[in-house]
Write a protein that binds this ligand. Structure first.
Ligand SMILES: Nc1ncnc2c1ncn2[C@@H]1O[C@H](COP(=O)(O)OP(=O)(O)OP(=O)(O)O)[C@@H](O)[C@H]1O
Ligand SMILES: O=P(O)(O)OC[C@H]1O[C@H](OP(=O)(O)OP(=O)(O)O)[C@H](O)[C@@H]1O
Length: 302
């Protein structure tokens, strides 16, 4: 591939590996963004849109987007805040995956029990700025002098080993299931940030002529995300019970109500949140609904 083949294309950064990679690839498939990535190549053109995908480390994506080197990107909210690209990056869409928390962790068996105990000691993290912001506030509250302030040390990975190695009294790192933390004999004492994957774009756009394409891609991705969140609930109910049932399934705008051949009966169809669908079905049964069906959505625009 040469530079000319990227001319005029929207550059879209995707994490090249790690926790967000697989979800990003299925989002692209759901949005019908077709590509063939040659082995080890980090830039590839999209076959059915004037887009090129750029596969980058998740933590580099905010600065690429902020500097306008790429137009659009997906990465974690944690690394967006850590990159200090405030104002140069616009959050377009929260994607609902890559959910985890940035937490302050200390050895389970040690003498440090609270954040105040840890203040003034040594903290190791890959999130140097977010950790410094957090402990600056703690140090200020405890009125620690300059020389007694918490010492934040950066490491690029394997942060959880720092306490066992005697390099730190506490760490600040990401936690999802907690397995990594527990395996290292650590436990959380505070949450700095809850995070998830986010679609971001350059602010201001470096290539204004690409704004309509960014909007199209955003709408497609929003459709894929919404399709994962909602299901269609369909049921039959007699007209006298309809008002109570539609309170349970109000739909997004309104439920679709169709008359049935059977006198006084209607069929109702409405989008409901997937996570609540079992409770909604229970309530519909109580309200007198029959033949309640739930259908998965493949894709949608809502
Ligand atoms: N355990 C996790 N559960 C959910 N999301 C996570 C988890 N760990 C990280 N993330 C999210 O994925 C992003 C990338 O983290 P990941 O650990 O996959 O990085 P990586 O690409 O392997 O880079 P590195 O080489 O720095 O570890 C994080 O910034 C965070 O938003
Ligand atoms: O609470 P858990 O479910 O155990 O997840 C937390 C771990 O996940 C991430 O690392 P990852 O496993 O992606 O590898 P990395 O350390 O190489 O980034 C993160 O840095 C934690 O170490």
């Amino acid at each position: 591939m040469n530079a000319e083949s990227l001319d005029g294309r929207l550059l879209f950064a995707i994490p090249k590996k790690g926790r967000l990679y697989d979800k990003c690839i299925s989002l692209l498939a759901g949005a019908d963004i077709q590509f063939r990535r040659s082995n080890r190549l980090d830039v590839c053109v999209v076959l059915n849109h004037p887009i090129a995908l750029v596969f980058l480390p998740a933590s580099d994506i905010p600065s690429f987007v902020g500097k306008g080197d790429v137009d659009l990107g997906i990465t974690g909210h944690d690394v967006i805040l850590e990159s200090r690209m405030d104002g140069l990056v616009t959050e377009v869409l929260r994607l609902g995956f890559g959910k985890c928390a940035l937490q302050v962790q200390v050895p389970e068996t040690g003498s440090v029990k609270t954040v105040d105990d840890l203040a003034g000691k040594r903290v190791v993290s890959s999130f140097k700025h977010l950790s410094a912001d957090y402990f600056d506030a703690v140090d200020a509250r405890l009125q620690l002098s300059q020389e007694n302030k918490t010492k934040i040390e950066y490491v690029g990975g394997s942060v959880e080993a720092a306490c066992a190695l005697g390099l730190a009294d506490g760490i600040v790192d990401l936690v999802e299931s907690g397995d990594t933390m527990r395996a290292a004999g650590l436990h959380p004492i505070a949450t700095v940030l809850e995070t998830e994957a986010i679609l971001i774009k350059s602010n201001p756009p470096k290539h204004p002529h690409l704004v309509p394409l960014i909007e199209l891609i955003t709408s497609r991705i929003a459709g894929v995300i919404a399709a994962g969140k909602y299901v269609i609930c369909q049921y039959n109910i007699s007209r006298d019970k309809l008002a109570a049932a539609t309170v349970i399934t109000p739909g997004r705008k309104a439920p679709t109500i169709s008359p049935l051949e059977e006198d006084n009966w209607v069929g109702v169809s409405a989008m409901v949140e997937k996570n609540n669908s079992a409770t909604i079905m229970d309530e519909l049964v109580k309200a007198g609904a029959e033949d309640i069906l739930i259908f998965a959505l493949n894709n949608c625009r809502v």
